[in-house]
Design a protein around this ligand. Structure first.
Ligand code: ATR
Length: 299
């Protein structure tokens, strides 16, 4: 597995590629970054496609994202993925940002095109594909409840739901105030979508959740072992779809499965957003199966 690189390594090709058989041409940038699953997935896809390049982890402090993009471009990088906490800072650092990424309010994929540095977002479309894959339904057909809708990931997913034509969207957050600007923005974007906002301790939460077809956890609750489920069990009913963006089983998913819900964790979204990013850099490639195997630990 590739080591973690820092801004000091983005000085020259000699420094960056010292001792490596293939040149670093792609990266995932975050702070911290050591935990990222992206290198494993993308390196497997690069190797399978016969592309002589390394995908590395890049640790970039907040405030230095623009500088990192300039240096990567100078060093001949093809692109990079962007993760927490840089998905907003990078938007301002790109010369062009795709319309969909602007609507989602975040960039997770950068392409160093000949004329410009372009920002796009594959998290939202990756989520749409993950729901179709896991549950065999189109997101736009569902009434959706987004837990953690005030966080960075939750805002992007909520905007994607509105973009897909979801008829009823319940935005839930511990801190209610964070939902108000989002709700106003989504209402302007999708006037036909019924938008509700609730705090996690709202007495109507359980009923609102039970009225949804799909409940999505986009909060960080469930990441730390031992934490209780983000929802009381009475919020769930048999047959509902429950998706947790966390890449492993969580107390919410266990509770939902026990209540007869259909559940899935965030690995499918990880794989789909990764495959869509790879296809932006390498149009015509088909990296999905290889990436899926790499995440499952088969390569
Ligand atoms: P980001 O920087 O993307 O906003 P974050 O601060 O980890 O990431 O928060 C992500 C989401 O998880 C937010 O919706 C956050 O709720 P608040 O907006 O109220 O902070 C939610 N979250 C984090 N810890 C939580 C907890 N213990 N209980 C409920 N929600 C929590």
């Amino acid at each position: 597995m590739a080591d973690v690189y820092t801004m000091d390594d983005l000085i020259s090709r000699e420094v960056l590629d010292a001792g490596a058989a293939k040149p670093a041409r792609l990266a995932v940038m975050g702070w911290p970054i050591a935990h990222s699953a992206s290198p494993r997935m993308h390196q497997a896809a690069l190797d399978a496609a016969g592309i002589a390049a390394r995908y590395v982890r890049l640790e970039v402090a907040p405030g230095r994202v623009g500088e990192a993009l300039v240096r990567m471009r100078e060093l001949g990088f093809i692109g990079c993925n962007v993760t927490v906490p840089h998905k907003f800072e990078v938007m301002a650092a790109c010369e062009v940002v795709d319309d969909a990424a602007q609507v989602l309010g975040a960039v997770n994929t950068v392409s160093f095109e000949a004329a410009q540095t372009r920002g796009s977002n594959t998290d939202g479309p990756g989520f749409v594909r993950a729901i179709a894959d896991e549950f065999g339904v189109a997101l736009g057909q569902l009434r959706v409840v987004v837990l953690g809708a005030g966080g960075g990931a939750g805002q992007a997913l909520a905007a994607q739901c509105a973009m897909q034509g979801v008829r009823r969207l319940a935005l839930v957050n511990r801190t209610l105030e964070k939902l108000l600007p989002l709700a106003a923005r989504l209402h302007a974007q999708a006037p036909d979508c019924e938008i509700l906002t609730l705090a996690l301790d709202d007495p109507a939460l359980a009923e609102t959740c039970r009225a949804g077809d799909l409940i999505v956890n986009a909060s960080s609750v469930g990441l730390k072992p031992g934490a209780p489920s983000i929802l009381p069990a009475s919020s769930l009913k048999a047959g509902q779809l429950v998706y947790d963006c966390i890449y492993q089983s969580t107390p919410l998913l266990e509770q939902a499965a026990a209540r007869g819900c259909r559940t899935a964790d965030g690995r499918s979204m990880l794989i789909h957003q990764g495959a869509l990013a790879f296809q932006r850099w390498f149009p015509g490639s088909e990296p999905l199966a290889v990436m899926r195997a790499a995440v499952a630990g088969e390569s």
